[in-house]
Design a protein around this ligand. Sequence first.
Ligand SMILES: [Zn+2]
Length: 340
Amino acid sequence: MLDKIKALHSEIESLNAADAAEVEVLRIKYLSKKGEINALFNDFRALGPDEKRAIGAPLNELKTFATEKINTLREALDNNGASEISIDMSRTAAPVALGTRHPLSLVRAEIIDIFSRLGFTLAEGPEIEDDWHVFGAMNFAADHPARDMQDTFFIQRTPDVLLRTHTSSVQSRVMENSKPPIRIICPGRVYRNEAISARAHCFFHQVEALYVDKNVSFADLRQTLLYFAREMFGPETQIRLRPSYFPFTEPSAEMDISCNLCGGKGCSFCKHTGWVEILGCGMVDPAVLEACGIDSKEYSGFALGMGVERITNLKYQVNDLRLFSENDTRFLDEFTSAHK
Ligand SMILES: [Zn+2]
């Protein structure tokens, strides 16, 4: 009988069940009134006192073991079932917080969009440039202050390698490598050695446009500027051009637009002049065309350049340049509704 108890013990030890019904079958087989363990107890009653003493403890142990084993199997199934139920596939997922497009990206995209409607195509170039493409081809004199270490980040001297101070370097590369007509828009990041303040930063963003073809005139430039200003700031916007100086254009001009806050009546934003400055422009200096291998007797062109931060300030009244690069989401979240 002891052998029978041992055999039953190892049989029960290796039991498995796939579901609750199987557990119940096993319970009936071993633990019910007509089960195998109860049958052993029936046999047990017929034994003599000595045998009872030897068999009693192992037989009771077997019953306890079988009960625990059946309970363990049942619990394991219950736990599986519980974890299945806890995954509610119909429940609405937690919303993923979407970021916003950066205000400078929004404005840059809008500028590119306006110029693309006039047939300008996108051109890009490296931020680490040589002296020729940033200054030499752009008609900067050898002793121009922009070529000074104080104004420009030089990476290497002789030959000079530097962080571009304007995206005009893209213009010189395109003029070198293609034949007119050229009608490009060059957006990009530029670097200047400036102390960082609310009004100045060591890097900012520009968009420049260049149009070179036969018979390009100042009237074409002015009409392009007027179209841009009205698309960007509204159809009532007026522009005015003031004479200025840049090494790479002749004649050169600064463009003002009628103040988009007061409509030109005068307010604190426009310092009561009714005008705000937005960009520089001019006819491409023939020396620049020649330096880039374009015949200045056959072709003429205009160029214009603006700071993306400046335009963004005018559109959204951001009064501190540093906000653009601090990655403060409280600031960036303000532009959620500016998405088109
Ligand atoms: Zn104003």
